[in-house]
Design a protein around this ligand. Sequence first.
Ligand SMILES: [Zn+2]
Ligand SMILES: [Zn+2]
Length: 113
Amino acid sequence: MVRKIVFESYLCIDHKESPGFTPEQAHKVGLGIVADQVGKGKKFETAMLICSHCPAQVIKRPERVRARGHCYKCDQFLCDNCAIKYKIDGICYTWKRRQEDYLETVSFRGGLF
Ligand SMILES: [Zn+2]
Ligand SMILES: [Zn+2]
């Protein structure tokens, strides 16, 4: 049996004892879709999907009908921006690999070894 590992993170915004976000503040910090759940006296908890190709973490909306982005090469979730790029060029360049490439370049240039 093959088990697929899904990378998710957890987000908790607890405003039970605070004034919470106004709808305008929620939109400003990227929580516009859950603006009604992060106000005064509310506690919002959700799973977040982690994009394989960039550092984006996306709130998992159960009511979403449109297919989520997926890379068939690394077999992981892609955010909408990376899904469009992947659809166009078909290149799998994971965030982990990108970080490793960057560190290799920096350490080589900086003469750390
Ligand atoms: Zn992405
Ligand atoms: Zn990929």
